[in-house]
Design a protein around this ligand. Structure first.
Ligand code: 5RP
Length: 252
């Protein structure tokens, strides 16, 4: 619960300060209230979604949820869910997903998202396009005035000619002051980051608002070598935001 402690008239009121990770957990637990027995559940990726997967496993082991099938959005989440004993499948066997729960890097006021700073955007987009209900879980730091305001917009590209994709992407958004950078794996030799699908990621950084998001999405997807991008437009059915003052549930 989000209740503050008792107020003393003699001292300044105690402030209940939650860490960012506690806020993520609050949002995740709230989302898992939507999970019912018998559902096929898309399991998200990242530090917020991780709490939801933990919670689903707890409820399964307590017998409060039964006959759940999880569809992981990444190899990492697959490993986590497997180690927790959640029954798993994939989109080929279960093309209709009842509910997906996942984090996001940015959320705008129309519930459009940026995802993929963790690198799992392609599987996330496939699974989250295939679900009836898509619940996004974030702490309030993810809320933005417009998409691209707060960091990278990732684009997954075929390695064969990543430079071509990088140059074409940067040109495409020239008037938005776009910088396109190949994501590195963080190692000393600066090797590229490789996705679960064996592709690379080009991160787009914008100096200005990119404007029409649908047009931007279409233009990116038309470039040869682009596999998918991290804008999730009109996909979220619910966004759960945990902040210092409580939890807000926004519906489409
Ligand atoms: C991974 C994602 C994640 O959902 C996104 O990066 C948010 O991660 P976190 O919950 O750790 O902030 O899209 O591809």
């Amino acid at each position: 619960s989000m209740e503050a402690g008792p107020l003393s008239p003699l001292s300044s009121p105690p402030r209940l300060v939650l860490t960012q990770d506690e806020l993520k957990k609050i949002a995740a637990y709230k989302a898992v209230e939507f999970v019912k027995s018998g559902m096929v559940i898309g399991l998200g990726t990242g530090s917020t979604a991780k709490h939801a997967v933990d919670r689903i496993a707890d409820l399964l082991h307590q017998g409060k949820l039964k006959n759940i099938i999880g569809i992981p959005t990444s190899k990492k989440t697959h490993q986590q869910a497997l180690s927790l004993g959640i029954p798993l499948s994939d989109l080929n066997s279960h093309p209709n997903v009842d509910l997906a729960i996942d984090g996001a890097d940015e959320v705008d006021s129309d519930l459009n998202l940026v995802k993929g700073r963790g690198g799992s955007l392609l599987r996330e987009k496939m699974i989250e396009s295939a679900c009836t209900k898509f619940v996004v879980i974030v702490d309030e730091s993810k809320l933005v005035s417009h998409i691209g305001a707060n960091g990278a917009m990732p684009v997954e590209v075929v390695p064969f000619c990543w430079k071509f994709s990088q140059e074409r992407l940067q040109q495409l958004f020239y008037y938005s002051g776009c910088m396109a950078k190949l994501r590195s794996n963080g190692g000393e030799n600066g090797e590229p980051f490789v996705t679960d699908n064996g592709n690379y990621i080009v991160d787009l950084f914008f100096k200005k608002d990119i404007g029409d998001l649908r047009a931007a999405s279409d233009a990116i997807l038309r470039l040869p070598g682009v596999v998918e991008h991290g804008m999730f437009l009109g996909m979220a059915t619910t966004v759960i935001v945990a902040g210092e003052l409580g939890v807000t549930v926004k519906n489409k």
